[in-house]
Design a protein around this ligand. Structure first.
Ligand code: SF4
Length: 378
């Protein structure tokens, strides 16, 4: 059984060593906008540090390279990164930027964004800084400990201590993890246990595992979770205490995600094959429906005329900011129904809706979805 280690996968591999086993049937790795934004911002900030720039480079060529259109997002993230770097560079001297790292003992490699050192009377401290463009709650500690291990173990005679600085450019926050030699040795012990273990340990981390489609332990974990969840009635299950209930949470997240993927796949199948009889007098088909949303900017005059005591002349704010506001159609009709006098409730509601439609103040959205309905007689 071959194994493949990548630092970015370490948060998962440290929880389940079997996640590093190369899958028998490989499935393509997900790629997408967040990863591309991260790559573009990393390249812009590498240029900032290498060339000691006072302002980030033009985002256009980076956006073009990664097929991105939101230049504003790249510009904001790069400026945030630059400001954070300005603070850090006051205290450190750069050793290398975008530094390739490799281990001699384990087949693993990666790239450290910034390697630097900080001088102090207690001896120089090695600093590994890493840009992150995701959200602060993501867990990258093991990935960065691995980068540090790859470099620092070659430098024991130079640095007695080290620190990891995580620069969260989206939230403009910085995490600092101080690492002693002992701390690094403890981490390596956990790392070694994980990489030499083939034992499968299912949990929330399975979500990103490239082997989950062929992993019996993952399937059994989901099935056990589904069995428990099915026993709930009206939010209650007297067989489980609060801790057992809480432990079901990661599994239910995976179940919900699996159900959403199934629904998406089923939608594609019904579109491709047409209505599918399910053998019980019912069939699955695509049902189209229309939804009307009130456009407040266009309809504020009609809306205000239907609210007692409301002066249409004083609605400047609504005229300007109506596109940020929502008036729920069902709640508006309930309100009109409550106040309808002299004429029937239905008539009062229909009149307002007709007025809104005539004023082009109803945005119509077409939606479609799979529906399970009685089979049509042929
Ligand atoms: S799916 Fe989960 S349990 Fe199975 S190998 Fe991957 S991480 Fe481990």
């Amino acid at each position: 059984m071959g194994k493949q280690f990548r630092p970015s996968k370490l948060p998962m591999v440290m929880k389940c060593g079997a996640a590093a086993i190369v899958p028998e049937v490989p499935i393509p790795e997900p790629s997408g906008k967040p990863a591309d934004v991260g790559s573009a911002v990393h390249e812009m900030l590498a240029q900032v540090v290498k060339e000691d720039l006072e302002a980030p480079p033009d985002p256009e060529p980076f956006a073009h390279k990664y097929g991105l259109t939101d230049l504003k997002e790249l510009r904001i993230l790069a400026w945030n990164g630059l400001r954070m770097w300005e603070n850090l560079r006051e205290t450190v001297s750069v050793i290398d930027v975008e530094c390739p790292l490799e281990s001699k003992s384990v087949k693993i490699g990666g790239t450290a964004d910034i390697l630097a050192f900080e001088e102090s009377e207690d001896g120089d401290c090695l600093v590994l800084a890493d840009w992150k463009s995701g959200r602060v709650d993501s867990d990258y500690d093991d990935q960065l400990m691995c980068y540090l291990w790859m470099y620092w173990t070659q430098q024991w005679n130079v640095y007695d201590r080290a620190k990891i600085v995580v620069l969260w450019v989206r939230d403009k926050k910085q995490d600092v993890i101080e690492v002693s030699r002992e701390g690094m040795a403890n981490w390596y012990e956990r790392f070694e246990q994980a990489i030499f273990s083939d034992e499968e340990q299912a949990g929330d981390h399975c979500t990103y595992c490239p082997r989950k489609h062929e992993c019996a332990t993952y399937k059994a974990w989901l099935q056990a979770c589904a069995r428990q969840v099915m026993l709930f009635k009206d939010g209650d299950n007297t067989e489980l205490d609060h801790l057992d209930m809480a432990l079901l949470w990661p599994g239910t997240r995976a179940l919900v995600s699996a159900v959403e993927k199934y629904k998406k796949a089923m939608h594609g199948v019904v579109i491709e094959h047409g209505p599918i009889p399910t053998g019980d007098g019912k069939e699955l088909l695509i049902k189209k429906s229309k939804r009307e949303d009130i456009n407040v900017t266009k309809g504020y005059g009609i809306l205000s005329a239907n609210v007692p005591g409301c002066d249409p002349e004083s609605l400047d704010f609504i005229k300007k900011f109506g596109h940020f506001l929502t008036v729920k159609k069902a709640e508006l009709l309930d309100d009109i129904g409550l106040r309808a006098a002299g004429i029937t409730k239905k008539k009062a509601k229909d009149e307002v809706l007709d007025d809104l439609r005539s004023a082009n103040a109803m945005d119509v959205k077409e939606t479609e979805g799979v529906s399970w309905v009685k089979e049509k007689k042929k």
